[in-house]
Design a protein around this ligand. Structure first.
Ligand code: FAD
Length: 381
């Protein structure tokens, strides 16, 4: 096969999800010659609940236009066994967005900052002699640095992390179910509907978007053996028809020690495993890690980039992800006791939902919660 060799870029970014677009925008703003290689033509569908936490939104350096913000969420309704608990705050916890439109906007912002974009699938890469060669069907590109932000289902990340992460993956199924806005308003309004105890100690969600509900379930793949069956049950139980188009997707369990950078190659977002293991929130960490990647490549001498990247990510959100994992392990070890505490005690839920708005951290929440937990639960950790 004959390959065309292209000119040297400062940075190539693989994948234009939130992590890739954030990395490209940050790097291009610093004057780096930046190219994004994305396999899909945008706007593209992305299976997601579309909950953009206030913490995630605060990372954007531009206001979100009204047509992207579908609903402002101020509260949560939590179901566990026969109990329902609802708490509201007087401020925005989360904004609901449709990922195809949100991701397209982020990509346009990267383009506005000067990043180039090509619709090509990256097949392979290789680092040698102070640069990285990036292979697509159309040719081989050269760059000083590579950010792999191609999500958790693409195999490129395994070149850095190794293939052994399958066990610590979550699996999600989601459907977008059309509904009149007035119906959605009456059923949920500005509330996220969370159902614990479905999906073998994972959870189910019903999120009130504009013109549709996002309905889904998620749990650890090692426990959720029959996700489709669990999803059909969840739909039926909540009054939705079972004939929905379902989309499945993996989600990494964050907080585990993974290698996220070697030499001139950095992993960002889901490719690096940066996801809250308890809630599945990943947009925030995708944006943050992408921005950090763009910054260090622009600021730090080449031999120190990989280490500086891992250090800054760790400082920025490493501890949060570890606490989220700890939280998720408590739930998986002792779901009955743990969920009764989270989902049935107003004070606990009230504090917990403040994490989404960055009013409190997981660490502070855990410090507050642990003295209130039964000894029997703590012994299982
Ligand atoms: C069902 C579900 C619901 C979720 N709900 C939420 C939520 O409500 N809130 C939240 O914060 N997080 C949620 N998440 C997590 C969130 O979707 C991810 O953490 C986030 O999308 C990660 O962004 P990313 O940029 O790392 O990867 P992605 O968004 O997955 O983007 C990766 C991009 O890379 C491209 N790509 C892949 N392979 C290649 C290749 N070889 N060459 C070129 N391009 C390639 C893909 O086409 C894609 O555009 C959810 C996840 C799932 C699965």
């Amino acid at each position: 096969m004959h390959y065309i060799l292209f000119a040297m870029h400062d940075l190539i970014v693989v994948g234009a999800g939130p992590a890739g677009s954030a990395a490209a925008r940050t790097a291009a703003e610093q004057g780096l010659d930046t190219l994004i290689l994305e396999k899909e033509t945008f706007p593209r569908y992305k299976p997601c609940g579309g909950a953009l936490s206030s913490r995630a939104a605060s990372l954007l350096d531009f206001p979100l236009p009204g047509d992207i913000c579908e609903r402002t969420i101020t509260g949560a309704r939590v179901h566990f066994c026969d109990r329902i608990l609802e708490r509201h705050k007087g401020y925005n916890l989360t904004t609901l967005v449709t990922r195809s439109r949100f991701d397209h906007l982020l990509l346009q912002k990267a383009r506005e900052s000067g990043a180039g974009i090509k619709t090509q699938k990256v097949m392979d890469f290789q680092e040698k002699d102070g640069h990285v060669s990036v292979k697509t069907k159309e040719g081989t590109y050269q760059c000083r640095f590579l950010v792999v932000s191609s999500g958790c289902q693409d195999g490129l990340k395994n070149r850095i992390q190794g293939p052994g992460w399958k066990k610590s993956m979550g699996v999600c199924l989601v459907a977008e179910i059309e509904e009149e806005d007035q119906e959605i308003e009456e059923r949920l309004g500005s509330t996220l509907d969370i159902h614990f105890g479905v999906a073998k100690s994972g959870y189910g969600w019903i999120f009130p978007h504009r013109g549709y509900y996002s309905v889904g379930i998620g749990g650890l793949s090692s426990r959720l053996r029959h996700p489709r069956q669990a999803m059909l049950q969840f739909l039926k139980k909540n009054g939705f028809s079972e004939g929905q188009r379902l989309s499945g997707h993996l989600i990494p369990q964050g907080g585990n020690m993974r290698r996220t950078a070697v030499g001139r190659v950095l992993l960002a977002g889901d490719a690096a495993g940066f996801v809250d293991a308890f809630t599945g929130e990943g947009i925030c960490y995708a944006l943050s890690s992408g921005q950090i990647a763009g910054q260090v490549i622009g600021e730090v001498p080449a031999p120190d980039v990989a280490q500086a990247y891992q250090k800054r990510c760790n400082k920025e959100f490493g501890e949060e992800l570890k606490y989220a994992l700890f939280f998720s392990k408590m739930m998986h070890s002792y779901p009955e006791v743990f969920l009764r505490i989270l989902a049935c005690q107003e004070e606990v839920l009230d504090r917990y939902i403040e994490i989404a708005a960055a009013k409190t951290s997981y660490k502070d929440f855990m410090r507050w919660l642990v003295p209130r937990l039964p000894i029997s639960l703590l012994r299982t950790l």
